[in-house]
Design a protein around this ligand. Sequence first.
Ligand SMILES: NC(=O)C1=CN([C@@H]2O[C@H](COP(=O)(O)OP(=O)(O)OC[C@H]3O[C@@H](n4cnc5c(N)ncnc54)[C@H](O)[C@@H]3O)[C@@H](O)[C@H]2O)[C@@H](O)CC1
Ligand SMILES: [K+]
Length: 508
Amino acid sequence: MKILTAAQTRQLDQATLREQHLLSPELMERAATAFVKWFSSRFAPAEAGEILLLCGPGNNGGDGLAAARLLQRAGYRLRVALLPTEKQSADWQHNRHMLPNSVPVVEIGPARLPKIDPSQLVIDALFGTGLSRPLAGLAAKVVQHLNQAQARVVAIDLPSGLFADAPQPVDSAVVRAQHTVSFGLPKLAFLLPQNAELVGEWQVMDIGLSANFIAEAVTPWHYTDAATVAGQLPPRPKFSHKGTFGHALLLAGSRGKMGAAVLSAGACLRSGVGLLTAHIPGCGYDIFQISQPEAMCLTDKQADFISELPELKPYQAVAIGPGLGQQPASLAVLRQLLKAAAKPLDKTGQPLPLVIDADALNLLGSHRALLKQLPENTVLTPHPKEFERLTEPARDDYHRLELLRDFATEHRCLVVLKGAYTCLATPTGELHFNSTGNAGMATGGSGDVLTGVLLALRAHAQLPAFEAVRLGVYAHGRAGDLAAALTGMAGLVAGDIVRHLGPALAEV
Ligand SMILES: NC(=O)C1=CN([C@@H]2O[C@H](COP(=O)(O)OP(=O)(O)OC[C@H]3O[C@@H](n4cnc5c(N)ncnc54)[C@H](O)[C@@H]3O)[C@@H](O)[C@H]2O)[C@@H](O)CC1
Ligand SMILES: [K+]
C-alpha cells in the first residue's frame, strides 16, 4: 500500500471525482458514511451520550457536518460548535444546509469556548490535510481547551493541527485524539513515534478512491500489510529436499549471551531454512546442541567469544551479531566476513547475502570505515539507538527517516529500523513501514528472532533480497501478534514469537 503526501491526497480526491463522474459532495458523503460506520461500530448511542462535534471551515469540517447529520439519523445526540472564519468551502456550505435544525449549532468565540466534560465524546473535524501552517489564534485556543478537558476524542482524517507528512514546531497546538479515522490510505504522520500520543489508535476506511491514480503515484513511502505479502513465499515443491531452501550460517553468542544464538537459530529453523549451521564460542556447545538439535554446530577455539570465520563456501547466507559481544577478535571476524562476502562465491556474481545485527552493528558503528565494505543488499537490523551509532542523533522522527534513506542509498543496503511500524529502507531510497507487531515484542530476544527469520529468507534461492526482508519483517510481527493473542503482551517472550513463526508464514 502506498502512502501519499497531503498534496497528492488532494490530487487523488480530484482524480476520483473525474474518473468516477462524482460531484464533490458525493465523495464527502462517502467519507462521512465511512466515518459513521466506524463510529457506530465503536460507540452505541447510549454509551456515546451527548457528542460534541468541533467543526472547522474546510472540507474536514464538511465531513464533520455530514457525519453530524448521519449520526443524528442513527439515533445519536449531538451538538456542533463551529470555528468562525470569513469563508467556508463549498462542500462545507452544502452540508451546513443539509444539517437538520434539530441539531444545536453554536459559533465558537474567544470568550465562548464550548463546555467540554472529561467524560464527553468529542469529534474533531476542525482541520485535516488542508492545514497549511501551524494553528494559531482562536483555532489553537480551541485545541488547547479541548486537550485540557481530557475528553475522549475521535479525529476525522487527522488530529487537527497535525501535518500529514511533515514535522512541525514542537509547541504547536495539535489535538490529542484517542482514535483517528482516516480515508483511503494511511498517512505518514500516523507511523511515527513522536505522533503516537496525538493520533491514538488509527483506522483507514475505504472510500473507493481512484486505484489508477494510486497505482501511478510516485512516493518513497509504502505500508506493508497482509495484501502486500500475500503469495510472496514460494510454495515448497513436492520434490524439494533440504538443499532446495539453502544452507545458512549464523555467527552468534558469547558467554552469558548464548540465548541470543539459540533464539536466532530457532527462528531461522522455523522460517523454512534447509540447513542451519551455527558458529558459536566453545562455552556454548552443550547449550546450543541441546536446545537446537536441528541445527549443526561449529565451535570457536575461544571459549567465551567468536574469533574465527569458518569457510564460507557451503552457505547461501550468513548472519552475524546476536549476542556476539564486541571483542577485538570478533571485530576481526566481521572484517573478514565483509571482505569474503563481497567476492562472489558462485556463478551468479552476486555477493553472499549477509544479515548484520546487534553487536556486529555496534562494531560497525565504532569502525565506520567498514561501512564502505558492505556488500550490496546487505541487511542491517538496527534499533534506533544502534542506528544512531551508525549515523548521528536525529532531531525528530522525520529527520531519522531522512538519515535512514540516505544511509541505505549511500551504502546500497537494506536497513530494517526496528520499532512500532518497523521501517525497511532500500538501496533505491524507498521506505516500507510494517503493519504487524505489538508492544509485547519490546522484550529481550525479539531482535535475535528477527535476525534468524531474515537469515532463513535470505538463504532462500527464489526470494529476491528486498522481498525476502519485507516478508521476514512482516512475518516476525505477525508471529508476535499471534503469540500475544495467547500470552497477552506482558507475558510475551521472544521464544513465543519463534513458536508462532510457522503459522505466520503459513498465512502469507
Ligand atoms: N477533497 C475531497 O474530495 C475530500 C476531502 N475530504 C476531507 O477534506 C479534508 C481536507 O479538506 P480541505 O483541503 O478543505 O482542508 P481542511 O479542512 O483540512 O482545512 C482547510 C481550511 O483551513 C484553513 N487553514 C489551513 N491551515 C490553517 C491554519 N493553520 N489556521 C487556520 N486555518 C487554516 C484553510 O484556509 C481552509 O479554509 C480532508 O482532511 C478530509 O477530511 C474527505 O471528505 C474526502 C474527500
Ligand atoms: K480533524
